[in-house]
Design a protein around this ligand. Structure first.
Ligand code: TYD
Ligand code: MG
Length: 456
């Protein structure tokens, strides 16, 4: 076998050098050189493709059978939904999340439910076989059908998988694996990238569905290069706090389904259990309406979800008042406060503003704008909004209320949970009147203020 050559390439300019250095000699970037495998064989011409390459075959799009993707249910409806309707053969799913959030638990449960129909292999590079067996005992899994393998060398894992031929495989975790082609330590950028690349290639060739577990950094990003997210088919992310009972699994990227799809689980004494009615758990049930709280309907993937937005506005003790968001985008809050000042006449320049989405959910859509503004106003005036009010809508810079997608479905979700009042953008107004729901459709922020004026 020809010896592979390692090269160091600059992540900023792409220059390649045979030896590592602190600074790239080409672009001057510091600490940008990472180890990789030389793609060009020594002596091969740069234009080999023009002169010596054999021609490949080209297929017509219409000639490709579309029923090739058979989806297998993983036995948990919430996970099936996040995957886009089940597990696709040959697909690679990356699962990320904080330590202790339940990645290993979820995957062991998945293999247990799948084991009746599919052969499986759980590769662990992190925990001992005893630890996994203890966890299985806690989950009440009978280990007859689950095969375990403790290994960290990618080459040996692939050789073993090729021999065993499982249909679904778990690798826990990608940061502990290493390929013998590189000298850098497991967990380094180059190792993670190259190990994942080999595994993805193997999954596509063999048709084995793979789950890769990925660690996250302190900043909450998946550790290792962003390229990992490009290589795999699906990226799922555990949100929420590992101290909290509820765990939210979100699809960040999915080649086989909707992104932003949510699955909700509860961690119990015997593993993760699905939560089938998540809207109910994200609303904190107050005895009576409290200032600074409003319920909104957010759209996650393919379904609506009711969440409570809370705000606290307080006289600032600092020269630079604080704007803090949990579960929402921070810059958006600053923008909305400026809109509130210009178009609502509310000055919060000397106030600290904290906004939180209850239950550790992250809301990234602009439909939360109106809810944030109403929660802030309610807290500032120390007057509660009606407890049976729901809102949604995007607020523009000129104080206009813009429509959001799936207005109809959001409204029906709210009526299902007993809400009687709604303030929504005019363009989202339902065509028919809905029994039991008093809808106020507004064009501008100033109209919203007039509508709730009697409450304040
Ligand atoms: P684990 O699945 O090992 O998390 P990760 O692989 O993401 O690091 O962690 C599970 C956590 O959940 C751990 O703190 C113990 C707890 N747990 C339960 O509460 N109930 C259970 O049945 C199990 C197996 C774990
Ligand atoms: Mg783990």
């Amino acid at each position: 076998m020809a010896k592979t050559r390692t090269v160091y390439s600059c992540s900023a300019c792409g220059a390649q050098v045979p030896q590592w250095a602190g600074q790239c000699a080409d672009c001057g970037g510091w600490n940008t050189l990472t180890e990789g495998i030389s793609a060009a064989r020594p002596g091969a011409s740069r234009f080999a493709g023009y002169s010596g390459g054999a021609a490949g075959s080209v297929t017509r799009l219409s000639a490709i059978p579309t029923d090739a993707q058979v989806r297998a249910s993983v036995g948990m409806a919430e996970l099936d939904r996040v995957l886009g309707g089940g597990l696709v053969a040959g697909s690679v799913v990356l699962i990320g999340g904080d330590p202790g959030i339940g990645k290993s638990t979820l995957l062991l449960q998945v293999l247990a439910t799948l084991s009746g129909e599919m052969s499986s292999l759980y590769v662990t590079g992190e925990e001992s076989l005893q630890q996994i067996s203890m966890r299985a005992g806690r989950l009440g899994i009978d280990g007859e059908a689950i095969r375990l393998y403790s290994e960290t060398s990618v080459e040996r894992i692939i050789a073993t998988a090729d021999k065993e031929r499982p249909q679904v495989m778990v690798l826990d975790s990608i940061q502990t694996l290493y390929t013998e082609l590189l000298q850098s330590a497991p967990g380094s950028v180059a190792q993670v990238r190259e190990s994942a690349a080999q595994l993805v290639r193997f999954a596509k060739q063999s048709g084995i569905a793979m789950f890769l577990v990925g660690h996250v950094t302190k900043e909450g990003q998946l550790a290792g290069p962003r390229v990992l997210e490009h290589m795999v088919d699906t990226v799922l992310y555990f949100e929420g706090d590992s101290g909290d009972r509820y765990r939210i699994l979100r699809a960040i990227k999915n080649r086989f389904g909707a992104v932003n799809e949510l699955g909700v689980f509860a961690m119990t004494g015997s593993g993760l259990k699905e939560v089938t009615n998540p809207s109910a758990i994200f609303l904190s049930r107050h005895e009576e309406a409290v200032p600074g709280s409003v319920v909104m309907v957010t759209w996650e993937g393919t379904r609506p979800l009711l969440v409570e937005v809370q705000a606290l506005v307080d006289q600032s003790q600092l020269g630079n008042p604080r704007r803090v968001t949990l579960g929402l985008e921070q810059n958006r809050l600053s923008m909305l406060l400026a809109v509130l000042h210009r178009h609502g006449g509310l000055t919060l320049g000397d106030q600290d503003v904290f906004v939180n989405v209850v239950g550790g959910v992250r809301v990234s859509e602009t439909a939360a704008d109106l809810a944030v503004l109403l929660a802030v106003m309610s807290s500032f005036r120390n007057r509660p909004l009606p407890a049976d009010l729901i809102v949604f809508g995007e607020v523009g810079l000129s104080g206009e209320l813009r429509p959001v997608p799936n207005g109809q479905e959001r409204i029906s979700e709210a009526t299902k949970h007993g809400f009687n009042k709604a303030i929504i953008p005019a363009a989202n107004k339902p065509r028919q009147t809905i029994k039991g729901l008093d809808v106020t459709a507004v064009h501008r922020l100033s109209q919203v203020l007039d509508t709730i004026a009697e409450d304040f």
